[in-house]
Design a protein around this ligand. Structure first.
Ligand code: ADP
Ligand code: MG
Length: 476
């Protein structure tokens, strides 16, 4: 029997605002527990929330980028449930009048383009965090996250495989980071998704019963969790049983999903309009202002890199594909680095190092300043490209500055022509056999002499000067 997979994703994106959605507490990551909290976030009686407009502007920017309808009048609702990390006993969210409705996200998978429709994107506050492993007898609560602004982006059930789900998440990630709506840092929880998965017989009109895998926070886990869930559901149905609509948790260590709780339905939450907040009205001028300040998106960047900076298609493609690479690339140029040299190193050796360890540039020890220093040393001939690789690796591993690595290891390039010439003369004299063969037409042997020279200088001889002198010495 052939099965068809249906997936809809609910993605939570943490908006990069300085303060929370309804209070003036900071949203900075990594603060000591319960220090980014004020009376509103604690849900103390008698305090009132106020709306953070910046969160609305970011949500609208996202909406405009996916060609959605912006509801210029939207309002908040209360979603009631009890949980220790939710001090008010309800979450303020948007139920029937979200800020963003509709819209499309284009994905690409192995060269094939597909459009995934977005149902809605609404603003809501995050909850706090329960910590169960810090104290042997108590669970602890950290309210730093409580009230952090989230944009929940809900897709239509139009995604047909785990790979498509990953492509969709990557497309969203690219959008939110280039739009400067979120830092997109998945390991810090700035982007995470709930995957709704169901299967049905090919050709069936009705959707199958779905399960919802909660809070997945990496591209790799999305793919694994969904694939596990698809296999599990097929087994259940082929065994003559029914899929139970429930919420499940993905356990990365065991690579499996496990039931968390049976699915709650909207009426369990007793939604009602939030009485402490007025509807939020965004006027035409504000929309115009957001449109006028739209950041450059990957496609436009790519064209600019091609046309103005004359990068190759491959380099332009890679450098415009992630916010972190394009930001560093542009800063390097701004600080005076040559654009093609910067592109070559970012796309080549630097990307290779990052890929090897699967880390993002912004999470590595390589800062824009360090990379700039490395490039300067290459362009002013202080070090050769070969030595630069060595310096880069050291800098990547330790965070030490290229200048000090070059200094302490004595890696400066030898450019003194007289010094190089006397060394090369000796190499030529010591290898009469090779000289005869080279002069008899065995061109490949030129590389042998260069190799000897590099060995002699420990890679520090300037290759252009060495080549030039060698040509002269070896000429008949
Ligand atoms: P809830 O808010 O209760 O989770 P929604 O109806 O808002 O439910 O749907 C949430 C997500 O589930 C959406 O992304 C939607 O596309 C997806 N979804 C709904 N039904 C199915 C289904 N049968 N199979 C897969 N995904 C589904
Ligand atoms: Mg849901």
């Amino acid at each position: 029997m052939t099965w068809e997979v249906v997936i809809g994703l609910e993605t939570h994106v943490q908006l990069s605002t300085k303060t929370k959605l309804f209070s003036r507490a900071s949203t900075s990551f990594g603060a000591d527990p319960n220090t980014n909290v004020n009376l509103v976030d604690c849900g103390l009686p008698g305090v009132l929330p106020t709306v953070n407009k910046e969160a609305f502007y970011k949500a609208i920017r996202f909406g405009l980028a996916i060609n959605a309808t912006i509801n210029q009048t939207s309002h908040f609702d209360r979603k009631n449930y009890f949980y220790p990390d939710l001090p008010k006993g309800y979450q303020i969210t948007q139920m029937d009048r979200p800020i963003v409705e509709g819209g499309q996200v284009e994905i690409e998978l192995e060269g094939v383009h597909k459009v995934i429709n977005v149902t809605r994107a609404h603003l809501e506050e995050d909850a706090g965090k329960s910590i169960h492993d810090a104290d042997p007898t108590n669970s602890l609560i950290d309210l730093n996250r409580a009230g952090t602004p989230l944009l929940e982006i809900v897709s239509e059930p139009e995604i047909s495989s785990a790979k498509e789900a990953v492509a969709y998440m990557k497309a969203l990630h690219q959008l939110i980071t280039f739009l400067d709506v979120s830092d997109g840092n998945m390991s810090q929880g700035s982007m995470r998704c709930d995957a709704n998965v169901s299967i049905r017989k090919k050709g069936d009109k009705e959707l199958g019963t779905r399960t919802e895998i909660k809070n997945i926070n990496s591209f790799r886990f999305i793919e694994k969790a969904i694939n596990f869930e698809i296999k599990r559901q097929i087994k259940v149905l082929e065994g003559g049983e029914k899929v139970i609509q429930e919420t499940r948790l993905y356990d990365a260590n065991k690579d499996e999903t496990r039931p968390m709780r049976t699915k709650e339905f909207a009426n369990d939450y007793r939604y009602f309009p939030e009485p402490d907040l007025l509807p939020v009205v965004i006027n035409d001028d504000e929309i115009a202002e957001i449109k006028n300040n739209f950041p450059e998106l990957p496609n436009e960047k790519k064209l600019r890199y091609l046309n103005e900076l004359k990068l190759s298609v491959n380099d332009a493609d890679i450098l415009s594909s992630t916010k972190s690479l394009s930001t560093v690339f542009e800063k390097l140029i701004e600080n005076g680095s040559d654009s093609s040299l910067a592109a070559k190193w970012l796309v080549g050796d630097i990307s290779a190092l990052l890929n090897k360890d699967q880390v993002e540039l912004e999470n590595s020890k390589l800062t824009t300043e360090l990379i700039g220093e490395l490039l300067n040393n290459i362009s002013d001939n202080t070090i050769s490209g070969k030595i630069a690789k060595e310096v880069l690796e050291e800098c990547y591993a330790t965070g030490e500055s290229p200048n000090s690595i070059i200094e302490s290891k004595g890696l400066k390039q030898i450019t003194d022509a007289a010094e190089l010439e006397s060394m090369l003369k000796k190499i030529v004299d010591d290898n009469p056999e090779q000289v005869t063969q080279f002069q008899a037409g065995k061109d490949k042997l030129f590389g042998y002499f260069v190799g000897q020279a590099m060995k002699e200088t420990k890679g520090k001889g300037n290759p252009e000067i060495i080549n030039k002198i060698l040509r002269e010495l070896l000429a008949k």
